[in-house]
Design a protein around this ligand. Structure first.
Ligand code: GUN
Length: 291
């Protein structure tokens, strides 16, 4: 059997088109354009690329992108002062503080300064609490995107055994909450889990978010399972030439796709969904605030 490939690029495109249509409708009916503020502290090269791509996608969806780039030695108090100013700015509907922050800044403190109704990353304690309690929350983008991808191949997740590998605040924990909200029986597995392979073999839906290249092997997967690979790992690829690298997920893709029913590739699976869901959250926040 060869798994169905879940095309994250195509699904993300469709989400972005829906957002663009929603933005156009807001402009027509209410006369305003949603704005997303992104705060970047320092010069981390990967973060610079992410922030640039977020800005491009925001403008493509017809929204305003407001970028604040601060030097690496900016104090925590200065970052907090900026976040508070953005909280009070009526033209700003969403605020995203790009992570990681430099070592002298406590990301937890800064993130929790964001007005929960502008917290388009869904990372404040208020939104995390709302999600766990099953209340209307702004939901973290990568887990939200993962659920949308599962829905393209599985109409009803009710009663399915879902295993989430990883327990990060950004992905594992919120993804487990979202799967529970879909009435899955959810197991969160992690580095201390006993019989990890066996736990994975019981999964109808297996989501890997551990950041370990190709850790999940083909024989960990239940035949026909839906496999969502959240990992994006850069590994050496000497076969492509000296010093070359390639991106791989947390799942051994070739082996897994011979067993799974459906699988997300890396790249082109979950990755593109993150920005798409960020735009979706920004539109949602804008509508709630002033729609
Ligand atoms: N850095 C890597 N991923 C993310 C994300 O989803 N949100 C933020 N704010 N920073 C990140």
């Amino acid at each position: 059997m060869s798994a169905r490939i879940i095309d994250g690029k195509a699904v993300a495109k469709s989400v972005r088109e829906d957002v663009a249509a929603g933005v156009a409708a807001l402009e027509k009916d209410h006369g305003f354009t949603p704005g997303l503020a992104v705060v970047l502290v320092g010069e981390d090269p990967a973060s610079q690329v992410y922030v640039r791509n977020k800005g491009i996608a925001t403008r493509e969806a017809g929204m305003r992108s407001i970028e604040h780039k601060l030097p690496a030695d900016t104090s925590q108090d200065e970052v907090i002062a900026l976040v508070r100013r953005l909280n009070g700015d009526d033209e700003v509907d969403g605020i995203l503080v790009q992570l990681p922050l430099p070592g002298h800044i406590d990301a937890n403190v800064v993130i929790n300064e964001i007005d929960p109704d502008k917290d388009v990353d869904g990372l404040t304690e208020v939104n995390a609490g709302r999600l766990v309690l099953g209340k209307d929350a702004l939901v973290p983008c990568t887990p939200q995107g993962s659920i949308l991808l599962i829905k393209t191949v599985m109409e009803d997740m009710s009663g399915a055994n879902a295993v989430v590998l990883g327990r990060s605040i950004l992905v594992g924990k919120p993804l487990a909450s979202l799967l529970l909200a879909e009435n899955c029986t959810v197991t969160t597995a992690h580095s201390r889990t006993k019989d990890l392979e066996e736990v994975c073999r019981g999964a109808d839906i297996l989501c890997a978010a551990v950041g370990r290249p190709e850790m999940v092997k083909g024989d960990w997967i239940k035949p026909g399972a839906v496999v969502i690979d959240v990992g994006i790992n850069r590994v050496d690829a000497p076969e492509k030439g000296e010093g070359k690298s390639r991106l791989v997920g947390d799942v051994d893709y070739d082996a897994a796709s011979a067993v799974a029913g459906a699988i997300t590739p890396v790249p082109g699976g979950v990755g593109p969904m993150t920005i798409a869901c960020l735009l979706k959250n920004t539109l949602t926040a804008a509508k709630r605030r002033r729609g």
